[in-house]
Ligand binder design. Structure first.
Ligand SMILES: Nc1nc2c(ncn2[C@@H]2O[C@H](COP(=O)(O)OP(=O)(O)O)[C@@H](O)[C@H]2O)c(=O)[nH]1
Ligand SMILES: [Mg+2]
Length: 337
């Protein structure tokens, strides 16, 4: 059958409309949302065994001796000894100067020596996490921040739940209520300032699918290891934002699920620290926007953060950050970098 010339533009217009509708469908399609209470760790351990999968917990840590021991001990007791959901607990210690490594080892974690493969100024949270991923042997890797004060094993089995229940889920993100704790006082819903004042407005402007997520910056998430190994990692604070943008760009948002963890309390930072974090996240988003061709900057952006109190003669606050390439370009799970 011959196709008349007249039908070609007609067909491509329909195709364009189809792709337009499909791209909008991805935007409006709500993400799969569950609650940690939907899952029972013993049942999950059975599913994991039946599917012949292994599960790693990865805890990035920088000077967390106050909380890391408790977190590792709870995971060991609840999810290694009481049921065999977790196969390894890896603490990626970013050259802590306190007893983080010793405490983690004593509590039963593996603490690999991280390689000396990058300039020291780029060894931030993202670099630490990616080095941890490189070490993990599990088919599923569950990342959990190690400064959580109200930690229970729900943070681990809650994230494992959607992944074990549904083979098409490749990335699971935690969300929670975030009180701000000061001394003995807890102010409800005052945490998450960088999320609401920096990340969400920027994501709303440029990546609305991600702005709809409950907690795009949460430090607790699970991925299939082969996906984690084919994603690039921003070396510092932009790591969570960058991972989501790369997942979106690769058309994998349909494999993302969210899980409600109730309430999470961690170390609340002062405004100066939150400003540094916001600066890092803004730099990440601008770099990704340029890569997506969504903005084009006429000149190089500044690399240092300036405070109103800084004198012109003082060195500005450098917040170095680079995008570290993926560990692998390809993986058997079908994710291609
Ligand atoms: N800030 C920071 N945290 C790191 C680094 N390496 C590992 N981490 C760990 O990353 C997690 C999140 O860091 P945190 O400062 O609490 O970030 P926040 O929760 O976004 O305020 C914690 O478990 C840190 O110990 C690093 O170089 N800088
Ligand atoms: Mg924290």
């Amino acid at each position: 059958m011959s196709i008349s010339h007249a039908t070609i533009p007609f067909r491509s217009a329909w195709l364009q409309m189809y792709f337009y509708i499909m791209s909008k469908a991805e935007i409006t399609e709500p993400m799969q949302v569950s609650d940690y209470r939907d899952f029972d760790p013993r049942v999950l351990a059975e599913i994991k065994a039946a599917k012949n999968l292994r599960l790693s917990v990865l805890l990035p840590a920088l000077n967390e001796e106050a909380t890391i021991g408790n977190i590792v001990s709870i995971i060991r007791k609840d999810l290694v000894e009481n049921c065999q959901l977790v196969d390894e607990i890896v603490v990626a210690d970013n050259a802590s100067t306190d007893r983080t490594s010793q405490v983690a080892l004593e509590a039963g974690a593996t603490v690999p020596v991280l390689p000396d493969n990058i300039e020291e100024r780029f060894r931030g949270k993202g670099w630490t996490l990616q080095r941890g991923v490189e070490h993990c042997v599990g088919d599923i890797v569950i990342c959990v921040d190690s400064d959580i004060r109200n930690f229970t094993s729900r943070f681990v089995y809650g994230l494992a739940g959607p992944m074990l229940a549904d083979d098409s889920v490749a990335f699971v993100k935690a969300f929670y209520r975030r009180p701000m704790v000061s001394g003995k006082e807890a102010i409800p819903d005052f945490g998450g300032r960088v999320t609401e004042l920096t990340a969400r407005p920027m994501l709303s402007l440029f990546y609305p699918e991600l702005a709809r997520m409950h907690q795009p910056l949460s430090g607790e998430y699970a991925f299939r290891r082969c996906l984690a190994r084919t994603l690039p990692f921003w070396s510092g604070y932009g790591v969570e934002t960058g991972l989501l943008i790369h997942i979106l760009r690769r058309g994998l948002l349909g494999g993302v699920a969210e899980v409600n963890m109730g309430e999470r309390i961690h170390r609340n930072r002062n405004l100066r620290d939150l400003g540094r974090m916001s600066f890092g996240i803004l730099k990440t988003i601008f770099a990704e926007l340029q890569a997506d061709g969504l903005v084009s900057l006429a000149s190089q952006i500044e690399t240092a953060r300036i405070m109103s109190t800084d004198l012109p003669s003082e060195p500005a606050d450098e917040i170095p950050q680079i995008l570290i390439p993926a560990i692998d370009t390809d993986c058997p799970g079908g994710y291609h970098a």
